[in-house]
Write a protein that binds this ligand. Sequence first.
Ligand code: A2P
Length: 269
Amino acid sequence: GQSEVTLNDGRRMPQLGLGVWRTPADDAARVVAAALDAGYQAVDTASAYKNEDGVGQALAGRDTFLTTKLWNDDQGYDEALRAFDASAKRLGRDSVDLYLIHWPAPKKGRFVDSWKALVRLQREGRAKSIGVSNFTEDHLTRIIDETGVTPAVNQIELHPRFQQTALRAFHARHGIQTESWSPLGQGQLLEDPALGDIARRTGKSPAQVIIRWHLDSGLIVIPKTVNPERLKQNIAVFDFALDAAAMEAIAGLDSPEGRIGPDPMTATF
Ligand code: A2P
């Protein structure tokens, strides 16, 4: 069976889900429907992805674990409450399983007010769990100190080439689950020779090896694909294990230069 993690609010979350960043709006309903057929139990979208309508259509009447996110332009207390309503409407639901602040958006600097809105949404039962994305240790410390509420999840760029060891240790000390975005390094890791070796030895694909590494590392992982065969491939990862040699080889791929996406400390949007 598929594995779950327990969040710091006591709720359970599937460890593997489908990510739909860069899934075009017109494809979202088809892709998510195919993912449900393939056995996916969680979907991760965001207001900024512009595909909440299609995701919501495909999930109608299902109890699939659904995550969406507050966009930077909607930061602030009242703004966040309004943005949540708009997302919920597009998704066709009264509540979501997990609502995240997408970026700390340092330019606007309103993430503490936004966080207070999420705390209210959770109290009202509309966001069953609440968390953040792309927060650094400093951002996390601020919201925890100012509200006393620790996010359930911090979703960050994380893959074998950028393993975020220090931030993960901070999360572990505070009971925050780490969720990996771009877990395959946006596909750039699939040609890596070390991963290719492990794939050959285990009889799995490089993508499957990477996804298994996230699972074995205790991470929540949301690989993206629009391809039906890859959808099935990426979830066929509960029937093999990585041995110590494989884990060690993957540990060796970590690099300070491995980041692909924006740095949350300097992102200007
Ligand atoms: P596609 O959507 O065309 O299948 P990440 O989740 O790290 O952002 O990676 C997503 C990228 O990796 C997409 O370009 C996706 O392409 C590709 N991808 C996802 N799963 C696989 C797979 N099993 N094999 C090869 N490429 C994959």
